[in-house]
Design a binder for this molecule. Structure first.
Ligand SMILES: NC(=O)c1ccc[n+]([C@@H]2O[C@H](COP(=O)([O-])OP(=O)(O)OC[C@H]3O[C@@H](n4cnc5c(N)ncnc54)[C@H](O)[C@@H]3O)[C@@H](O)[C@H]2O)c1
Length: 411
């Protein structure tokens, strides 16, 4: 979707932690004046200094001129009082993920703001609608969900709350695009697009492990070599943090009324309970204490016995999805995980979370998938995807591979 040109304005960013600092850099580089505010002013000053260091590195690498660095730095200001935000066109909050805290902070600054100021939230999991209602500005509150690290990740999800003015949504989408981001519009549903549609990448990998069909290295390897994913699901969850990843799953699963495809993984929950959180704790699915990570999670191995129908469906699916070859087990792993993402994408689209192009863009630019699920499904063939889902569904008791209506209707 093309966006109208945007005249740079002033954005106040409240919360100068990981995300607030990253978004401040993006906005200042996009020509906007940034008022950065934190409950702890030294944190905001440190964030500005940190951005300066990052910009210096870009200059050293020849990716930014010294003049451009000085220009960007001159637009980064620290705000220490609500009145400093009076001239802001947009106030974006990137405060801790707590609705009460976000509500209290925004309510505190609102009297100082212009009536037409847009209130944007970087929340990953809270309801934009509820935040807008709570602060009494439902029509001007919108989600602007960046990904970490914000200066590098291309995606911003723009989320319309139930009462958000269409013009407000269009405006922040245009602003995001003017900052060089790929904009995906999403409805106000748990997990928006990425944290919702990408869940089977982790969950189905964990379930294959629970089934005992394939060990850790085979699962991660299959997704990288056959799928072209940059990281396998276990490498990625160890990087994200098993606790963070499992908490997102739990929250999305509960808020969406417990769909079986998004059911939390027992193995992952055990990792979390045991303190095996991934890289940050030295051990997760992998042991990270040595030079290279080594698989640290052994499960009882069981051999995979595929019916003729399942084996044929897997091979047809892989032939359309990948240029790689691989063992029968690797093909099964890749096909089962990818078709689950395709099904989840279709379910999200049916529920009105986002249109197909936005779901594809969100997964490519928010989590670096080589292709979006709808593009992949079209290349593979919808009938082939449906046949594989049917064959997989015959092997489980929870019905999680049931073919979504929007796929079966296209066969
Ligand atoms: N970290 C991620 O990968 C990521 C990605 C997308 C969205 N988010 C969302 O962005 C938001 C911020 O996350 P983060 O990772 O940057 O957290 P963070 O802990 O790094 O930063 C939060 C900042 O908020 C400040 N803060 C706390 N209470 C405040 C208050 N009353 N007034 C002003 N500032 C206050 C803290 O001092 C801290 O600097 C959360 O809503 C989170 O869900 C995080």
């Amino acid at each position: 979707m093309s966006h109208p040109p945007v005249e740079p304005g002033t954005i106040a960013i409240i919360g100068a932690g990981t995300m607030g600092a990253g978004i401040a850099q993006v906005a200042a580089a996009g020509g906007w004046t940034v008022e950065l505010m934190d409950v702890s002013p030294p944190v905001a000053h440190a964030a500005v200094a940190g951005i300066g260091t990052r910009l210096d590195r870009l200059v050293e690498k020849g990716r930014l001129t010294a003049a451009a660095r000085d220009d960007i730095a001159s637009r980064l200001l620290v705000a220490t009082c609500a009145n400093c935000l009076a001239g802001s066109d947009i106030v974006l909050e990137a405060i801790v993920e707590d609705l009460d805290v976000k509500t209290a902070v925004l309510t505190g600054v609102l009297p100082a703001l212009r009536d037409d100021a847009i209130i944007a939230t970087n929340t990953s999991s809270l309801s934009v609608t509820e935040l807008g209602d709570r602060i009494g500005r439902p029509s001007r509150t919108v989600g602007m969900h960046f990904f970490n690290p914000a200066p590098l990740m291309k995606l911003v999800e723009v989320i319309a709350g139930r009462h958000t003015d269409a013009a407000v949504v269009d405006r922040v989408a245009a602003v995001g695009a003017s900052w060089g981001k790929v904009v995906a519009r999403a409805a106000d549903v748990p997990g928006f697009i990425v944290n919702h549609v990408a869940r089977p990448y982790y969950l189905e990998a964990f379930r294959i492990l629970e089934d005992g069909f394939a060990p850790v290295a085979v699962i991660d390897g299959a997704m990288k070599t056959l799928g072209g994913f940059r990281m396998g699901p276990f490498e990625l969850t160890d990087l994200i943090g098993q606790d963070v990843n499992a908490a997102t799953t739990r929250s999305v699963w509960a808020q969406l009324d417990h769909p079986p495809l998004l059911h939390p993984s027992r193995v992952q929950e055990r990792l979390v309970a045991g303190g095996h959180l991934g890289r940050k704790s030295g051990r997760g699915v992998y042991d990270h204490s040595g030079e290279a990570p080594t698989p640290a999670l052994a499960v009882e191995a069981r051999s995979l016995a595929m019916s003729d129908e399942l084996a044929t469906s897997v091979d047809a699916f892989v032939a359309g999805a990948s240029t790689g070859t691989g063992s029968a087990l690797e093909r099964y792993v890749f096909a089962r995980v990818l078709v689950s993402i395709i099904a989840q994408g279709a379910l999200a689209n049916e529920r009105g979370v986002a249109d197909r192009a936005d779901i594809d863009a969100a997964l490519m630019y928010g989590v670096n998938y080589p292709k979006g699920p709808f593009t992949w499904a079209d290349e593979i063939g919808i009938a082939t995807c449906c046949r594989l889902l049917d064959a997989l569904n015959a092997t489980v008791s929870d019905g999680r591979f049931a073919v979504p209506e929007s796929l079966s209707s296209r066969v």
